[in-house]
Design a binder for this molecule. Structure first.
Ligand code: PLP
Length: 419
């Protein structure tokens, strides 16, 4: 408690990323001391079953022994060189092996940087300025993406982010998620002006919303017909919803993909990649400038390589993650049905969310219809019961391979006791 007060004196809002602040649910954020597997421990020694998973990357659970060992060894060799290392090439090769359509990859330091750089590249390639993004999707905090964005932007209810120049906002066109007609209309009214469509193939920043049948295929066709590039933001879905991410799961290959947290096993990292002819435009092979002192950082590369190697060599992990997701989903459905609570449970593998509403949630408008007052009560009751959920109705829950059936049943049991 006191620590949050202390934090607010030194850091705006007491946090370094807004959704952590419990703004949407009220109360005081937990300050974390450590985590192991699926259990997270706060500085007061309280333990919780963790469904935040550092907002997605902890697919193998916290502090996986192989990741910890490799990081210890890598740290002993120095944290950074500012020069190429073999590990960057090893991780790039592994990602290419796992993700279809990833012909070349460039590492950066965050998902924001990855998406921002992919947009710059798409603009350079097409010699056009406008982009289409989807209402409620989040692609990081670069200016172009803060128009009707999801995640913390919608959690805080910010309509127009001050500081984003009007000219940038004018170049960002916004369509409804899962609505191809809307995208078609934007293409028609902005002929030869649209450089790219960027989309979370499974939305995760307005809760979890899967793509409707044919939506991603339709985007592919519209981009091809209009000479625009298709960018999949796989920051949440890459190497989580399948070993080859959403591209593999839905069989639609974009021109460019962006990645983040997952490919660093929780360390700060990002990457963008895709078609070789497009990627070769990046400096120094081309003149689209993009750089980073800590890009390809050896610690981030090491944690990412060990994490992805584990996923790649044990593909059954994905089946197990899906089974765990199913156990949790079915258990929650049963309890909520029994208690006559209206809820939409959306799930893709180990990514899921709850929206307390009667109607299906397929886009931002329907996500916003959820009863957020109820969500707040639900969140705090769960926290009291030792379950740490994302502190916002617009964020997805993440399940790891370390969420045992016992922990999943404990979670379901907690809900049964609350209502
Ligand atoms: N894209 C998606 C889909 C995300 O979920 C996020 C962050 O949650 C980002 C981009 C931005 O990544 P970062 O927070 O690493 O900048």
């Amino acid at each position: 408690m006191n620590f949050f007060r202390e934090a607010q004196r030194h850091i705006p809002g007491g946090v370094n990323s807004p959704v952590r602040s419990f703004y949407a649910v009220g109360g005081t954020p937990l300050f974390i001391e450590s985590a192991k597997g699926a259990i997270i421990r706060d500085i007061d020694g309280n333990e919780y079953i963790d469904y935040v998973g550092s907002w997605g990357p902890m697919i193998l659970g916290h502090a996986h022994p192989k990741v910890v060992k490799a990081l210890k060894e890598a740290t002993a060799k120095s944290a950074s060189f500012g020069a190429p290392t073999q590990m960057e090439v090893k991780l790039a090769k592994l990602m290419k092996q796992m993700a279809v359509g990833l012909e070349m990859v460039r590492f950066v330091n965050s998902g924001t940087e990855a998406c921002m750089s992919a947009i710059r590249l798409a603009r350079a390639y097409t010699k056009r300025n406008k982009i289409i993004k989807f209402e409620g999707c989040y692609h990081g905090h670069a200016d172009s993406f803060l128009i009707k964005a999801g995640s913390g932007v919608s959690t805080l209810g910010i309509q127009n982010v001050p500081g984003v120049p009007q000219a940038v906002a004018d170049d960002t066109l916004v369509a409804r998620f899962n609505d191809l007609k809307d995208v078609e209309t934007l293409f028609k009214s902005n002929k030869k002006k649209i450089a790219a469509v960027i989309v979370e193939p499974v939305a995760g920043n307005m809760g979890c919303i899967p793509p409707a049948n044919g939506f991603l295929e339709g985007l592919r066709k519209l981009c091809d017909a209009n000479g625009a590039l298709l960018i999949f933001d796989e920051v949440m879905t890459g190497f989580r919803v399948a070993s080859g991410g959403a591209v593999q799961l839905y069989g639609v290959i974009p021109d460019l993909m962006t990645f983040g947290k997952i490919i660093g096993g929780g360390l700060p990292v990002g990457a963008y990649g895709g078609r070789e002819d497009v990627m070769k435009m990046i400096a120094p092979s081309g003149n689209v400038y993009q750089a980073g002192t800590l890009s390809g950082n050896p610690l981030a590369m090491t944690a990412g390589f060990v994490t992805l190697s584990e996923l790649n060599t044990h593909p059954r992990i994905y089946q197990k993650l899906d089974e765990k997701g199913e156990i949790l989903e079915n258990g929650l459905r049963e309890v909520f049905d029994k208690k006559r609570i209206s809820v939409q449970i959306n799930r893709v593998g180990s990514m899921m969310s709850l929206h307390f509403t009667k109607e299906p949630v397929t886009d931002f408008a329907s996500a916003k219809r959820g009863d957020n007052t109820f969500f707040k009560k639900f969140f705090h009751s769960m926290l009291k019961a030792g379950i740490y959920l994302p502190p916002s109705p617009f964020e997805a829950f993440f399940i790891s391979i370390t969420h045992s059936n016992i922990l999943l049943k404990e979670t379901i049991g907690a809900i049964e006791k609350i209502f």
